[in-house]
Design a protein around this ligand. Structure first.
Ligand SMILES: Cc1ncc(C[n+]2csc(CCOP(=O)(O)OP(=O)(O)O)c2C)c(N)n1
Length: 654
C-alpha cells in the first residue's frame, strides 16, 4: 500500500517535471499506518467537524497528501488531477492550498507554519471540548514535519506553547531523514530533537519509520500520552530510488525515467505509471471507508444534544456570527460613548469595546504575546487558558508573536473560534509570514496591534512603527484598520468581526485621543473605509485633509488654522484603505472629493497614500526612523502637527 504512494509520487513529479518525490517516498510507510489505522476521517464529508486533523507541515511533499486523498477515495482527487500536478487550476498545486482541494486542512509551504497551525488546531479542539463536551468534540491533531520545519525558529515557539498547554491530543510525526536541500543535515544542524521536545514538555520517541509495527506502536502510545507527542521516524528520503534515495537528489526534482524504472524494480512495483493494482486500490478504499461509522455515530450524538447547545455548536462551526447579539453589543457601546464621550487611547477604547463584545460572542478567543496590560486585550471577566482548564478564553502566548499568529490561523481553520491577539504594531514583522498565510487562506483572525506610531514615545525607534502600516497594507486580502477615536474603534472591531474571509489588523494608539465622533450614530461610518468627518465651512472645499488614527485630530486642528487664513478645508478620516479601495467608484470619488489640494497626515511613511491623494498631493508624516522622547516632543521634532499640515496645504495653493 505504501508503494502505491511512492509510485504515484514518482509518476506525478515525472509528469510535471517538477516537484518533490523524496518526502512522499520516505514518509509513505508512516502515512500508510496513520491513515489506514489511526486517523479519523470520512472522504464522504471532508469537513466533518470532529474529524482528526492532519497537517502536512512539510508542504513540499504535497504528493504524499494528493496520493493519499486519491487512494482513500476523496472523489475530486482523480488520477486526472494527479496527472495535472502543479498545473494551472489543478486541485494538486505545488504546495497544499487550503480551500480548493477537499481533505487539505491548511496551506503550507513556508516551513514551520504547519506545525504551529497544528498547535492552534489542537488548542481549538481542547477549548471546544471544554465547552461542548466529549460527545461532539474529541479528536486528534497530527502533523508531519521535516528537518526544515524543526530548524525554523517558529517551531520552537509552537513546541513550547504546546508543551506548556499540555496538548495531549497533538501528535507530531517527524520525518527524520537527515537530509535537506543542501545535503546531509550535519552541514547545518546537530540538535537532538527528542531531547528538545522532551525539554519542552512533550513525550518523544525515536523509531524506524519504515517499520509499520513500530509506527503503529508509537502512535498507539502517543494517543494515550498525557502530553503532546513527537515521534521521530527515521526514514530514507526517496525510499526505493536506488541511486538518489538517501541523498538530497531525491528532495526536490523529478528522479528521471531511468531512476524511476530502477525504483519500480527495487520496490517490486510492476504497474505502469498512474495505475494501481486492483487489490491494492481496494485495500486503500476499505481504509477510506473506515471512518464512516464513527461519523454517523457522531451525527447521532450531535442530534441528541440539547437543542440550544446543538444550534450553538452548528452556528459556531459554520462560522456564523450571532448577528443580533453583535449588533446589540455595538449599539450598547456606541450609546455609552455618545452619553459620556471618552478621551482615551484607542487601545483602551478597544478594551472598552471588548468588555461588551467578548460576552456577546463566545467564539472570541483572545490573547497577547506577553503585552496583555499594554495591548488591553484581556477583559475583566476573561479567565486564562491553561493545561488544567481549557475553557479559559484568554491565552498568554508568551513572547512568541510568530507562533501566536500561526496558531491563530490553526484555530480559525479548525473552526468554531474567532481568535484575536495582541502585540505592538512594530512586531507585526514577527507575525508577518503567518498574517500573509491567513490572507492567502481567507481566514478570520484579528490582530490587535497597539503602540502604532512615534506616539508611543520614550521606547524609541526600535519600538516605533514607521513603515509597518504601508507594509501591512501591501498584503492582499488583509484589512488594516487605524481608528481615530473610541467610536471608530468599535466600528472597526465590528468590521473586523464581519470580515469573514480574511484577517484584520487593528492599529491602535498608546496615547490618548479625543472622541471626535460625538452623538449617537447607528451607521458604521467606517464601512466604506473612509468618510467625511468634517465638511468644509462653505460648500466648496479648496482643500481635502486626509488622516488616520491619532492624526485625525491633527487634521481637524489644521482645518481650523486654514479657516483663519480663509481657506476652506474638509477632513476625511481614512480608517481602512482596503475598504475604501473596494468601495463603489461613485462613493469612493465622493469621499475623496475634488478639492484643488489634497493633504494627508499619518505618522508613518507616505507609501500607499498616493492612491488617495494623488502624486500631486502633499504628505505630512515620517521619512525615516523615530527617536526616543516623550511623544509630544517627537511630533514637534518630526513636524507632524496642525501647522505643518496647514503649511503644506498653503504651499500647494500658492
Ligand atoms: C521558510 C522556508 N524557507 C525555505 C524553504 C525552501 N525549502 C523547501 S524544503 C526545504 C528544506 C528541505 O529539507 P527538509 O525539510 O528536511 O525536507 P526533505 O528534504 O526531507 O524533504 C527548504 C529550505 C521553505 N519552503 N520555507
Amino acid at each position: 500500500m505504501a508503494n502505491a504512494i511512492r509510485a504515484l509520487a514518482m509518476d506525478a513529479v515525472e509528469q510535471a517535471k517538477s516537484g518533490h518525490p523524496g518526502l512522499p517516498m520516505g514518509a509513505a510507510d508512516i502515512a500508510t499506518v496513520l491513515f489506514t489505522g489511526f486517523l479519523k476521517f470520512d472522504p464522504a464529508d471532508p469537513g466533518w467537524p470532529d474529524r482528526d486533523r492532519f497537517v502536512l507541515s512539510a508542504g513540499h511533499g504535497s504528493m504524499l497528501l494528493y496520493a493519499l486523498l486519491h487512494l482513500l477515495g476523496y472523489e475530486k482527487i482523480t488520477i486526472a488531477e494527479l496527472k495535472r500536478f502543479r498545473q494551472l487550476g489543478s486541485l494538486t498545486p505545488g504546495h497544499p492550498e487550503y480551500g480548493h482541494t477537499p481533505g487539505i486542512e491548511t496551506t503550507t509551504g513556508p516551513l514551520g507554519q504547519g506545525l504551529a497551525n497544528a498547535v492552534g488546531m489542537a488548542i481549538a479542539e481542547r477549548h471546544l471540548n471544554a465547552e461542548f463536551g466529549d460527545e461532539v468534540v474529541d479528536h486528534f491533531t497530527y502533523a508531519l514535519v521535516s528537518d526544515g520545519d524543526l530548524m525554523e525558529g517558529i517551531s520552537q515557539e509552537a513546541i513550547a506553547l504546546a508543551g506548556h498547554l499540555q496538548l495531549k491530543k497533538l501528535i507530531v510525526l517527524f520525518d527524520d531523514n537527515g537530509i535537506s536541500i543542501d545535503g546531509p543535515l550535519a552541514l547545518a544542524d546537530t540538535v537532538d530533537q527528542v531531547k528538545r521536545f522532551e525539554a519542552s514538555g512533550w513525550t518523544a520517541s525515536r523509531i524506524d519509520g519504515h517499520d509499520p509495527v513500530a509506527v503503529a506502536a508509537a502512535l498507539d502510545a502517543a494517543q494515550k500520552s498525557q502530553k503532546p507527542s513527537m515521534i521521530a521516524c527515521r526514514t530514507v528520503i526517496g525510499f526505493g530510488a536506488p541511486n538518489k534515495g538517501g541523498t538530497e537528489k531525491a528532495h526536490g526534482a523529478a528522479l528521471g525515467p531511468e531512476e524511476v524504472a530502477a525504483a519500480r524494480q527495487k520496490l517490486g512495483w510492476t504497474s505502469p505509471p498512474f495505475e494501481i493494482p486492483p487489490t491494492i486500490r481496494a485495500q486503500w478504499r476499505t481504509a477510506g471507508e473506515r471512518g464512516r461509522p464513527a461519523r454517523l455515530a457522531w451525527l447521532e450524538r450531535l442530534t441528541a444534544l440539547a437543542p440550544d447547545m446543538r444550534d450553538e455548536f452548528t452556528r459556531r462551526t459554520r462560522g456564523d456570527l450571532p448577528a443580533k447579539k453583535l449588533a446589540a453589543a455595538v449599539r450598547e457601546i456606541k450609546e455609552k460613548l455618545a452619553a459620556a464621550p471618552k478621551e482615551i487611547a484607542t487601545r483602551a477604547a478597544s478594551e472598552f469595546a471588548l468588555e461588551t463584545l467578548v460576552p456577546a460572542l463566545p467564539e472570541m478567543l483572545g490573547g497577547s504575546a506577553d503585552l496583555t496590560g499594554s495591548n488591553n486585550t484581556r477583559t475583566k471577566t476573561m479567565k486564562a487558558m491553561s493545561g488544567a482548564d481549557y475553557s479559559g478564553r484568554f491565552i498568554h502566548y508568551g513572547v512568541r508573536e510568530h507562533g501566536m499568529a500561526a496558531a491563530m490561523n490553526g484555530m480559525a481553520l479548525h473552526g468554531g473560534i474567532i481568535p484575536y491577539s495582541g502585540t505592538f504594531l512594530v512586531f507585526s514583522d514577527y507575525c508577518r509570514p503567518a498574517i500573509r498565510l491567513a490572507a492567502l487562506m481567507g481566514q478570520r483572525v484579528i490582530h490587535v496591534m497597539t503602540h502604532d506610531s512615534i506616539g508611543l514615545g520614550e521606547d524609541g525607534p526600535t519600538h516605533q512603527p514607521v513603515e509597518h502600516l504601508a507594509a501591512l497594507r501591501a498584503i492582499p486580502n488583509l484589512k488594516v484598520f487605524r481608528p481615530c477615536d473610541a467610536v471608530e474603534t468599535i466600528e472597526c472591531w465590528q468590521l473586523a468581526l464581519h470580515n469573514i474571509d480574511g484577517p484584520s489588523v487593528l492599529a491602535l494608539t498608546r496615547q490618548n485621543v479625543p472622541q471626535l465622533r460625538q452623538g449617537f450614530d447607528e451607521r458604521n461610518r467606517c464601512a466604506l473605509g473612509a468618510y467625511e468627518l468634517m465638511a468644509a465651512d462653505d460648500d466648496d472645499a479648496i482643500v481635502s485633509l486626509f488622516a488616520t488614527g491619532s492624526e485625525v485630530v491633527t487634521a481637524v486642528a489644521a482645518k481650523k488654522l486654514l479657516a483663519e487664513r480663509k481657506v476652506s478645508a474638509r477632513v476625511v478620516s481614512v480608517p481602512c484603505f482596503e475598504l475604501l479601495a473596494a468601495a463603489p467608484a461613485d462613493k469612493r470619488v465622493a469621499i475623496v472629493g475634488t478639492a484643488r489640494v489634497n493633504v494627508a497626515v499619518e505618522a508613518g511613511i507616505r507609501q500607499g497614500w498616493d492612491a488617495i491623494i494623488g502624486s500631486a498631493g502633499a504628505f505630512v508624516g515620517m521619512t525615516g526612523f523615530g527617536a526616543s522622547a516623550p511623544y509630544k516632543d517627537l511630533y514637534r521634532h518630526f513636524h507632524i502637527g496642525a501647522e505643518a499640515v496647514a503649511e503644506a496645504a498653503l504651499q500647494k495653493l500658492s
